[in-house]
Design a protein around this ligand. Sequence first.
Ligand SMILES: *[C@@H]1O[C@H](CO)[C@@H](O)[C@H](O)[C@H]1NC(C)=O
Ligand SMILES: *[C@@H]1O[C@H](CO)[C@@H](O)[C@H](O)[C@H]1NC(C)=O
Length: 236
Amino acid sequence: MKSSTRQYFQFAHHHILLLTLVYFSGRVLDAHAVPKQRPFNNTIPAILVFGDSTVDPGNNDYINTVFKGNFPPYGRDFANHAATGRFTNGRLPSDYIILYMGIKDYIPPYLNQSLSIEELITGVSFASAGTGYDPLTPTLSNVVSLQKQLEYFQEYRERLEGAIGKEETGFEVVSRACCGTGLVEASFMCNAKTPVCPDASKYIFWDAIHPTDRAYYLIFQAFRPLIDFIIKDSTS
Ligand SMILES: *[C@@H]1O[C@H](CO)[C@@H](O)[C@H](O)[C@H]1NC(C)=O
Ligand SMILES: *[C@@H]1O[C@H](CO)[C@@H](O)[C@H](O)[C@H]1NC(C)=O
């Protein structure tokens, strides 16, 4: 692997808290056929993103925080030079991933209440700049905590269920960690004396802030087309 790529993955490990995939049922897929031609024969219809400023496409525009990227020169090299709230001059890594997977051009912020069902079903970001490990976190307040992002995810599921009747995310428990006090908290408490859930694959979170093996596997699956591409590129 090229060293720049390795640096990217190290960066991603520290900053993108969770990039996960959703497998909707075949029936729903038929009803909402993804319009774009896909470069891969994958069955992944959507990407859901949780995290911090590196994957926040503008959720902070909708909340009362000073930490916003919705003014020039942010977005200088984005479509129409739009300062969307992304903390960069163009696309975020999550935008590149969904573009590369042939699903759509950008991942929109969930907090934009105008998103259509079609936009919701193909993937949204719950990420909020300043959350979690974001270096600026200590100086900020009023951003969307990871727990709040998971509550929004629950709301997202309910909205889709209401709209399309059937939906399958693969995870049954999103708001509690498998190991710990049972709540997603700022500090984690998972040790030999803590109760542990019997089936971690039903959980997104292992402890209060770290995803389970199953969630990491889905993150791996999200990156797999990219990894395949890099491997193929470096051997040809
Ligand atoms: C996808 O699958 C179809 C049918 O199996 C095949 O004809 C096509 O070449 C595949 N496309 C890619 C990009 O692998
Ligand atoms: C919110 O989403 C709608 C529908 O996609 C879009 O037209 C609108 O521009 C978005 N709002 C902002 C502020 O980006």
